[in-house]
Structure formats: C-alpha cells, structure tokens
Design a protein around this ligand. Sequence first.
Ligand SMILES: C[S@@+](CC[C@H](N)C(=O)[O-])C[C@H]1O[C@@H](n2cnc3c(N)ncnc32)[C@H](O)[C@@H]1O
Length: 247
Amino acid sequence: MDRGDTEKQARIRDRLTSRTTSSTEDIYFSIIKAKIRPVTTLLDIGCGTGHIIVQLAPLQQRTFLCGLDISPAMVRIARVRTKEYGNVSILEADGLNLPFADGSFDIVATRLAEFAPAEAYRVLRPCGLFFECGLGPESDKEIREFFSNRIIEENFCLPKHPNRWHDEIAAPVEQTGFAIDEATDHKQYDYYDGIDGVMDLIEMVPLVENFDRDIDRPIVEKLVEKYNTPRGVRITWHYYIIQAHRT
Ligand SMILES: C[S@@+](CC[C@H](N)C(=O)[O-])C[C@H]1O[C@@H](n2cnc3c(N)ncnc32)[C@H](O)[C@@H]1O
C-alpha cells in the first residue's frame, strides 16, 4: 500500500497551491532564499508537489535541490513540475530514514511533513542549516468552528500544549543536537476560492471525519457566508518557523 498522501490528496494539493491566494509561504521561502549560495545543496523533506523547490530552482543554477516524499503520487506531480530544471532531483523515499550519506547537504528544510530530526541532523554537514515550518494552535480555526465535533485531530498535527507550545516544538530539535537560531510564529490568512476552495482544503488534509461534499455543503455554505471577503474565503494559517544549525 502507498504511504504518505494519496493520489486524491496530491491532485487537490496541486490544484490548491496554484489557485489559493497564499501568503503563508512567503516568509518561509524568503528565509531559505536568503541562505542559498551558488553552490548549495538543499534537501526538502516531504516536498509534496514540489512547489517550494520550484520557486528555489531558478535562483541559482549551480545549487543542487533535492525534494523527497514518501507518496508516489506527490513524487509524480513534483517531477512534472520541476522537469525543466537540471539542478533538481525528486526522490521517493521515507523522511524517517533518509537515503543519503552523513553530511551530504548544506541546508535541510521541511514544511508540514513527517521527518526525523536525528536524520535531518545526520545528513547535514557541520554548521549546516535546518529549517522547519509547522502549524501553530490557531490554524484553520474557522474549520474547527464549523466542524468542532468531527475534526481529525491527528491530521492537524497541532502542538498538544497550547500554553507552552513553543517549548514543545523546540524540544525535539534541541534534543537532537541542533542549536536553534530563531523560532518565530506567524498568523496570516489564506484566501480560498468559494465553497469548492474550502472543500478542497478540508479534503486535502483531510481535516473533517467522513466529509462529504454534498451532505456537508450546507455547513460549508454557512462558513463561507461568515468568512467571505472580496479576496476569497478567509482561513487562518498559524505556523511556526524554526531556524537552527548543526553544531
Ligand atoms: C502536508 S504535505 C506538505 C507538502 C509540502 N512540504 C508543502 O509544504 O506543501 C505533507 C507531505 O509529507 C509527505 N510525507 C508524509 N509522511 C512522510 C514520510 N515519512 N517521509 C516523506 N514524506 C512524507 C506526504 O506524502 C505529503 O506530501
């Protein structure tokens, strides 16, 4: 059986990343971009459809970028997306068991994906940089409001301790031996394209138990009515970015 995201999730993610008005990636992307040098090797663990790699690829032709994902469906889409770049390689592999020698990369990045901090540490060269982007407790609060009794908590991967969540996310990184340079959290809105855009978001993760586009439509209509704006349906993204380096 395939691991990681399914074919359906991969298709929806691809559709959403090209259609949603998103500012959530901008900060993460610009932090990484600032660290890219002409001869950098970068690994993106759980690269999904490759939309972060595809933004970095044209910047430095001599930089080698590797995207890795466990889902064959994601890997297929990421390969198509990045095919014009000779400096990109997309691998189907497990983020918990990286198929690289020790010290292979200058930068390891991961965003909203399963990974093992010890493996990220191992494949980084000494003083190599690590970037992690994950979700903070207020993410998707509009969906929680309307589907409060059907939220699939484990798919949210939110911190378990809302009052001391900064410590919670830093602990595994520090315990591995990384030195944290900065940990920040950011609250922004993404704007989804009407009822269908919100339904895509719910199904992509998936966020809601037994979600059915027809049966649940009236609930989504109410959500859209409450949070619609001229830019689209406003959904909160709360995320953190950890910047660390291998000691
Ligand atoms: C929420 S998506 C994020 C994708 C991408 N990083 C982004 O920011 O758009 C999570 C991704 O992690 C992948 N994934 C889940 N478990 C994984 C694992 N053990 N190793 C590598 N990738 C994994 C999924 O297949 C999926 O593509």
